[in-house]
Design a protein around this ligand. Structure first.
Ligand code: NOJ
Length: 495
């Protein structure tokens, strides 16, 4: 979408135009039709919680208090010569921005160039539905619906209890999965994709718990096909960089599996463009790079739901560690660095935190080959490529049967070949095992056992393999059947 790119395109200034550096709407139409000819479906990101401050709606809204579009965004007077309340933006600092022209503040949960739309205003909702419907008319196959759990705000706009040492207070409780949101979601669905059974929808649903999942994705009351839950990947703590608590991780993933045991559908992921890379956090970028990338892959890929693969995950791309903040592009990272530096933290401490948290680690150019910029472009990319591109790249892994890429191909083939991996029931095994994530999928007489050692230790497992065939494996079986090597993963099928 056309965008000034303050937040890498999540600040849209025209929902129906392609950003010039990427092409034109004609190019987009051609791309969609060529994809369809090859049996590939295309889903697009829908960013409906906010626009860019350069969107004509906001330009009109900010022009005067009497503007016809004033109430399309959330404007408030200041309080005691300061912001209307103490809510913190998700990207640091106040969630309110002062606007000189009219002497009021506007709300922005994300960057100051991403003013929040006022979903309470029916005219705003009508305008958004019309846009979505025009995309459906253009033949798009589905939507990833951005920040959708934030569209409803707590309309009291009251202050949060102060937090010592903080001027602004994390404000999620005031705008994430707030009561009343389902009225908006239901209307949105009914007025747009409800009559398109082949269109797939996956909502980004921060703050939604497994106990509420069916309200979002159940066959009776659901508003979309799937949601991305944040509880499992949210266990990574960039402040402490603590190792994975495998038992807690299993409990979290299993809670979501069980919530959708017989209804609803999970969106399965371990990486995305807002998270750091799995090999750099809970995996290993050294000796166990291949093993850890494939162990985490095995763990999530065979659960009940639709597995999503984030670009670069399938070749084991890892985090970047740049020395200076100027090398980074992520507005959230930059704001955080600036605010915490001003509050007295050291550059060195902050950079360590940036390395463990910045979304840019997942956003470096895709590493296609050992050529300049990883073969991504002959131009100048928006971020430097990861230094490891000469060795970690698609070309190197393409024909190598022991590569992470080949392992992903094997996983996909296996999943497609056996209905049990789509429809089978999920049951967690060895819940208290502190290193291994293991589960079964069962359908009729079929049973698949999936196990992954998510640590760098050798561990024993209570499984002898008798009566099972090993159908996928990221290691060599010279060790005992009863022992898993560091980050070893196996998939068995009952004979
Ligand atoms: C969630 C997106 O995934 C993220 O990248 C973006 O910055 C925010 N929503 C704001 O649109």
């Amino acid at each position: 979408f056309e965008s000034p790119n303050d937040d890498n395109g999540y600040d849209i200034s025209d929902y129906e135009a392609v950003l010039a550096e990427f092409g034109t709407m004609d190019d987009w139409n051609e791309f969609l039709s060529q994809a369809h000819k090859r049996g590939i479906r295309v889903i697009i990101d829908l960013v409906l919680n906010h626009t860019s401050d350069e969107h004509p709606w906001f330009v009109e809204s900010r022009a005067s208090k009497d503007s016809a579009k004033r109430d399309w965004y959330i404007w408030r007077d200041g309080k005691n010569d300061a912001e209307p309340n103490n809510w913190e933006s998700i990207f640091s600092g106040s969630a309110w921005e002062w606007d000189e022209t009219t002497g009021q503040y506007y709300l922005h949960l994300f960057s100051r160039k991403q003013p929040d739309l006022n979903w309470e205003n029916p005219a705003v909702r009508d305008a958004l539905y019309e846009i979505v419907n025009r995309w459906l008319d253009r033949g798009v196959d589905g939507f990833r619906i951005d920040a959708i759990s934030h569209i409803k705000k707590d309309l009291t706009f009251s202050d949060l209890p102060p937090v010592p040492g903080k001027k602004y207070v994390p404000s999620y409780v005031k705008h994430m999965n707030v009561d009343g949101i389902h009225t908006f979601l239901e209307e949105f669905k009914q007025r747009t994709y409800a009559n398109y059974p082949d269109v797939v929808t996956v909502g980004e649903a921060n703050g939604v718990g497994a106990d509420e999942a069916l309200l979002w994705v159940g066959s009776e009351n659901g508003k979309m096909d799937m949601i991305f839950q944040f509880e499992a990947t949210g266990l990574w703590n960039p402040e402490t960089e603590a190792k994975l608590d495998v038992v807690k991780f299993k409990e979290t993933m299993t809670r979501w599996q069980n919530a959708m045991r017989s209804d609803g559908w999970n969106a399965l992921y371990i990486e995305n463009h807002d998270k750091t890379r799995i090999v750099s956090t809970w995996g290993d970028t050294g000796e166990y790079w291949y093993a850890s990338a494939t162990a985490f892959a095995t763990m999530y890929f065979f659960m009940r739901g639709t597995p999503f693969i984030y670009q670069g995950q399938e070749i084991g791309m890892s985090n970047i560690e740049w020395d200076v903040i100027e090398s980074y592009n992520d507005v959230g990272t930059i704001n955080m660095y600036r605010d915490r530096l001003a509050a007295g933290e050291s550059h060195a401490d902050l950079m360590r935190y940036v390395w463990a948290s910045s979304r840019d680690s997942a956003r470096t150019p895709m590493q296609w080959s050992a050529e300049n910029h990883g073969g991504f472009t002959t131009g100048q990319p928006w971020l430097q490529v990861n230094d490891n591109y000469p060795s970690v790249n698609v070309t190197n892994q393409w024909d190598d049967s022991r590569s992470i890429l080949s392992y992903y191909r094997r996983m996909i083939t296996l999943r497609k070949a056996h209905e049990v991996l789509t429809y089978g029931d999920y049951t967690l095994l060895w819940a208290d095992h502190t290193e291994v994530f293991a589960y079964t999928r069962t359908l009729g007489d079929e049973e698949v056992v999936v196990m992954a050692n998510l640590t760098d230790k050798c561990v024993n497992i209570p499984f002898d393999g008798v009566g099972y065939a090993l159908v996928l494996h990221n290691g060599s079986l010279d060790a005992s059947v009863f022992e898993l090597q560091p980050f070893e993963a196996r998939v068995y099928m009952r004979n």
